[in-house]
Design a binder for this molecule. Sequence first.
Ligand code: GLN
Length: 306
Amino acid sequence: MTADDATTTDNSVTLGTLMTEAVAALRDAGIENARMDARILLSDAAGVDGSRIAAWPEDTVTMDKAKTFRSMVARRLKHEPVSRILGQRDFWRHSFRLSPETLDPRPDSETIVELALDWLEDANAPTVLDFGTGTGCLLLSIIGDLQKASGLGIDISEGAVTCARENANRLGLADQVEFRVSDWDSAITDAERKAGFDLIVSNPPYITQADMEKLSPEVRQYDPRLALTDEGDGLGAYRILSQVAFSLVKPAGFVIFEIGQGQEKDVSRLLVEAGFVGIEYREDLGGIVRCVAAKKTRCSVGRCVI
Ligand code: GLN
């Protein structure tokens, strides 16, 4: 078959035909990056390399694979993100499974991993605690890049904890991490409190209730609401977290919280009120302050802004 007769037969259809049909439908529905999304989905459904789709549009796939692809496109037309349709998302150096109970990891959150690794690179067997672990992307990315590190991931959602455990198993990190269902620190043991943690991270729900309406359908309809908003002013989680983290971090330890755009002053204030010092900000690739870090006692790491 050649590019000129790129048509559907009874048993097969060309990559080019499938692409044309999907791109037109996605564009009509106002989906940005229609071509890229269609190529990623077709690559997965047909089991072919993305580059092959553009280079060899006359190649055919079976009707079964075409059906799989068309049902993926139908989901995308309802604004389901590509990562949710594929069931996984690349983050840092790994690929993470998603579940309906987990947030879809964002590239911006890699800022937290970067800062954690900068500060922990020389630490001896550091312990890391992650509140609201979701897929486990923050904890597993940090632990996976450090020698002899271990971690505890907490989430109030049982589905998220199941997903995080699966990710730990797939990445070969299950021996170094534990995941627990817990409302904030209620499932932290006395022994763990006594020992403390070297680093506490969290990417808590920080979107205000008012801003929820402004989110794209991809986020509003598909990320769990519990992971996005505190149903208030967006600072509710930090009010609890800053107090809880201060009581759980080791004297020489530190915390890193992801924040929403413009929340750095409010979150810094809450951290200082809880007793933290040495506040530091780090920007994401878009130049937005994406996380606030703080230490329990003034120490050598980092550069302090307060
Ligand atoms: N820690 C997870 C992430 O960064 C989940 C965060 C959340 O659910 N708010 O993706």
